[in-house]
Design a binder for this molecule. Structure first.
Ligand SMILES: [Zn+2]
Length: 93
């Protein structure tokens, strides 16, 4: 594990904590929802993604390639959701 990875792991949060933010925004429990990384094609549950809350907003990264899958920035007026790193996000009805 190199120095950069070490630092990343230190900044990392449990994605389950991030799921609380997603629930607040989407009104859907996302922890067990499947998603697919647009970069490497790895599939898994949202709760298994690497969550970072440093910098502006919340960032969820792929546990396989560390590509950004989901980015959420909240301002007083709006919520910005950037999901271009995901092939899809499944929201259960
Ligand atoms: Zn990936």
């Amino acid at each position: 594990m190199d120095e950069r990875t070490d630092r990343n792991r230190e900044l990392m949060l449990d994605a389950n904590a991030a799921a609380g933010v997603l629930f607040e925004i989407l009104g859907v429990e996302m922890t067990a929802s499947p998603t697919e990384c647009a970069h490497c094609g790895s599939e898994g549950e949202v709760g298994a993604l690497l969550a970072f809350t440093q910098g502006p907003g919340l960032v969820l990264r792929c546990p396989s390639c560390e590509n950004i899958i989901l980015r959420i920035v909240q301002t007083p007026e709006a919520i910005y959701l950037d999901a271009r790193g995901a092939v899809y996000l499944r929201l259960a009805r």
